[in-house]
Design a binder for this molecule. Structure first.
Ligand code: ATP
Ligand code: MG
Length: 393
């Protein structure tokens, strides 16, 4: 009998409801992505695909920390939850013994529930899920004296009973859900490193896209602190997808911004956004991306009003993904805190320094086009070639 968890069980969500063929491809990718995260963090473990789960088992030689493996795997996009678990024979006695082992650190006064999930034909095991849960619950109760609360237990003991093996766990880590990165192609995300754009990049990763972040260095309007913040937050987001090249691409756009500030007034920010989209599209073409993305949200700023988004989009030929389009700022902030990209907004962000005093909120495309330099898009596209890569990790 194992005294401590000897494997990690990885549960996934949407990937599992696809057709067999797509599901197989998605799970292969998920297994690869989980391996990459373990490698990146120096956590040993052997990732296997197994029925409707991934399992991380001990490596052939050396130590294995099932809890560390479970925590790391819970960062992989596509994962719903992970559990460090004890593997046992799929028999009631063995399950109870494993559960009692795990209950050794059951907190004083804490209630518990046993949740059982049994797969296989009814003849496979001599018990139903309910019966085995009740038997194991009785054993935990005897060992700990703890009370049962099936609705809101302080701790849930989980039994995952399969045909020839079972897993018992007392801890569960939530994953982000979504789809495995690399299953939906590539997008180029305009990334300022503020509050919104790192969250937008994270949401795109979550839907299985590879995200290539692009930062426009606004010259005198930006500055090294602004760039450093973008590098850092890009590095944080990329930690969950270490197998893709999500290093920040930095585009020196100071001269272009200076000229825009000279040439334009109320519609300046729209021309700047339009130029940014063209930079992103040029990068997209180089890296084989099918779309570009921003952290914009309807009405958040004057450049993001309903009518103005239409004017911005007119500059684009690729789809522009805006995962935060309908999110309120507090929701975005909450997500930023959760994923570790929230930075106190003490920094006067670059775009705010570029903005005119009285920005247009209901722009007409023709007026914006008339005001902006004729060669704006050509210059934007040429700038994309001057990009350099900064590795934040
Ligand atoms: P964020 O929205 O990322 O918190 P912000 O508030 O400075 O940064 P906004 O003015 O809201 O930016 O800009 C809207 C979007 O335009 C950003 O979400 C981002 O996609 C893009 N963007 C803004 N500034 C830059 C920049 N310097 N480089 C690349 N993209 C940018
Ligand atoms: Mg914003």
């Amino acid at each position: 009998m194992q005294q401590s968890p000897d494997l990690a069980v990885v549960r996934y969500g949407e990937a599992g409801i696809k057709s067999d063929k797509v599901r197989g491809q998605m799970l292969d990718r998920l297994a690869e992505n989980v391996r990459a995260i373990l490698d990146d963090r120096g956590i040993p473990g052997h990732v296997e695909r197994h029925w409707s789960r991934l399992l991380i088992r001990p490596p052939e030689a050396g130590e294995f920390d099932a809890d560390a493996a479970a925590r790391a795997a819970a960062d992989a996009f596509g994962v719903v939850s992970t559990r460090p678990a004890i593997s046992t024979a799929p028999e009631a006695d063995a399950l109870a013994e494993a559960a009692v082992t795990l209950a050794a650190d059951h907190p004083d006064g804490a209630t518990f529930a046993v949740r059982a999930n049994r797969a296989g034909s009814p003849e496979t095991h001599p018990f139903t899920s309910q019966e085995v849960a009740a038997a194991v619950g009785a054993a935990i109760g005897d060992a700990t004296g703890a009370g049962v609360d099936l609705d809101e237990p302080d701790r849930a003991y989980r039994l995952d009973v399969r045909e020839d093996e079972a897993f018992v766990s007392a801890v569960e880590y939530d994953g982000p859900g979504g789809l495995p990165v690399g299953t939906q192609g590539k997008t180029v995300a305009l990334f300022s490193g503020g509050i919104d754009s790192p969250v937008a990049a994270w949401e795109l990763f979550k839907r299985g896209l590879e995200v290539v972040p692009v930062y426009l260095d606004l010259g005198d309007y930006g500055g090294p602190d602004h760039l450093a913040r973008a590098v850092e937050t890009a590095g944080t987001v990329a930690r969950s997808a270490p197998h893709v090249d999500a290093r920040l691409r930095v585009v020196p756009a100071g001269d272009l911004v200076d000229d825009l500030v000279d040439a334009t007034g109320a519609t300046r920010m729209l021309s700047l956004r339009r130029a940014m989209l063209r930079v992103a599209e040029a990068v997209a073409e180089d890296v084989g991306a099918h779309s570009v993305a921003t952290g914009e949200s309807i009405g958040q700023k004057s450049s993001q009003t309903g009518p103005n988004v239409r004017v911005t989009d007119a500059a684009a030929t690729l789809p522009v993904h805006r995962p935060l389009l309908t999110r309120d700022k507090p929701e975005i902030v909450a997500r930023a805190r959760e994923i570790g990209t929230f930075v106190d907004a003490t920094m006067n962000v670059g775009c705010e320094r570029v903005a005119p005093d009285y920005p247009e909120t209901n722009a007409r495309l023709s007026a914006v086009e008339a005001a902006e330099p004729e060669d704006l898009f050509d210059r934007a596209e040429a700038l994309a070639d001057e990009r350099y890569v900064v590795d934040g990790n």
